[in-house]
Every structure is written in structure tokens, then in C-alpha cells.
Design a protein around this ligand. Sequence first.
Ligand code: RIB
Length: 335
Amino acid sequence: MAVSVRDVAAAAGVSVGTVSNVLNRREKVAASTVERVQAAIEELGFVRNDAARQLRAGRSRSIGLLVLDVSNPFFADVARGAEERADLEHMSVLLGNSDEDPVREARYLELFQEQRVNGVLITPASAETATLTRLTESGIGVVLVDHEIPGSDFWSVAVDDVEGGYLAVAHLLAIGRRRIAFVGGPSSFAQVANRLIGARRAVDEVPGAELEVIEMPALSVLHGRAAGGGIVARAAAGRPDAIFAANDLLAVGLMQALTMRSTVRIPEDIALIGYDDIDFASSTVVPMSSIRQPARLIGYTAMELLLKSMDGADEPGERRVRFQPELVVRHSTVG
Ligand code: RIB
């Protein structure tokens, strides 16, 4: 395993940023610290990252990050993580927003090529991968973010969304709910489809439990509010006793619609759980349970993989990182 900047920092008892300064801007570092870092570099046999140096030596110093919905705090956290790692290599991140629209996505991919970015991190809005393959073949690194394409050679960082969907609905079943609604976005999004697979798996394990699927055109607060309005309009007996929303923005909209005019009590009448665990989830009028994705770490790791992909130094199996989701229980599903 190659010695990393992080190993050198630990051995010298300094931050990764200080090691980076010793390597690139030595004049900014105290002589005694330079000596300590150099001793650690020699002792560990550290060899600096050639791809990073190539990037600094005049090739593009930027990468493109293309997210599905820039207004979703989940992607803001992903972008923060990617930018944090890129900064260690003195690179910049150009942010694009596909707004879940394949046409906008294609336009941004063209723009990133014109800008001669060195790599692209993308949460695809389109199932079509020909453009991404062309980018890879032209020497531009591509890492899928919060998404993977099984059986492909694409590098990717994702979360086990099937497990995440299972955790969400198993929790609702564990508190005694049996008429469960899944409120999702377009099933063409692998994240949504996989969360539903997990939800179905949990329901199938409990005799008498039912799962209703309500598919919305997008994963937004407005569409969550529309779905909630439809549920409130039903007679009480026709409503679910629990809702699993495919992401927290949908869940926030559902909570607004259900609790407006005090029509429905959460969790007493309808328990509600979201997905992502964005910061707002804990501060909604009824603190919301959610399935946590390590968004910032996803972004950081995706950038890390992009650098590795450009080194060409990938071991078998190194191209895919999959994090585990985590159940976060708050008042919206208690009892
Ligand atoms: O953008 C839609 C959703 O996909 C986000 O909320 C996040 O869950 C991602 O996986």
C-alpha cells in the first residue's frame, strides 16, 4: 500500500495541510517543522502523487461536479467534501446542477470538456452512459457519486440504498405500523428504485403488512407537499399509518401538508421517516427520523477515487466504495 500524505502527517505529528505546504510552499513553514516532515518522508519512503503534480504543472486544475439538485442540502454536503479533498491538491471544483434533467446534464458535460476539466464527479440524471464512457476514453476521469452501475468499469462511491430502504421500513414495522406508503421520485433513479426494493423486502417479512407506492415527478419539498395533500384528502381509514419518503425534502413537504390545519398528528396518526438525514431533519416541527448517508464523506471519497483513477493505480475492487446507511430515530417515528 503506497505511503500517503496522511501517513507522513501522522508520523510527523502535523496536519495533512502542513505536509502539503512543505511539499509545495516550503517558505511558509517553520524550519523545524520542515525538518520533522522531511524526516518522516524519508523514514516512510513517501513518494508524492504524480497525478497531483501533473495537475499542478499547467494541466487543468479543476474538476467538474455535476449534482442532481443543487437546492438539496445533501448535495451541498457532497460538494463540501469533494472540495475539501480537491483543495489538498490545490484544485478547484466547478459545480453544475442537472436539476434531474438529462438535457441539462448533457450540456454541463459538454461545458466541462470545453473547460478542460481533469475529471468529473457526477450523480447521473440520465441512465445513458455513452457520454461518460467517451469522457473516460478521452482521458478525463469519471467517478459516479451516490450511484453505481453494476457490471461496468465506472469508478463509484455510493450507499447501500437497498439496505437503507429496508432499515427505514423495518423500523416503521417495529413500531407496529402496517399500512405503509412509500413516497418516491422517478423510479428511473437507481437510488429511488433501490430504496423501494429494500422497503418491499421489509414488508414481505411481516404478514399483514401492506406497501402502497406513490411516485412523484421529482424529489422536492413541493412534490412532498403535493403527495401529503393527496393523503390528507382521503378519509382517515384510507390513509397510511406510516410513510417512508425517498428523501428528506419529500418528507419535509409531507410533514407540512399533513400537519397543516392539524389534520393529522405525527407520529400518532402517521409515522414519517425520510432519507439522507440533512441538517434540517432534526429541526422540523416534529424532529424527523431519517436514514443517514455520510454525504460529506461521499464527496471526499469520490474526489480521492478520482485522483486514484488518474494515477492508473487501481487494485481490483478498488474502483467501488459503498458506505452503509444508518437509521437515525427522532420524534416522527417514536411509538
Ligand atoms: O436527489 C435525490 C436524492 O438522491 C438525494 O436526496 C439523495 O438521497 C440522493 O441519493
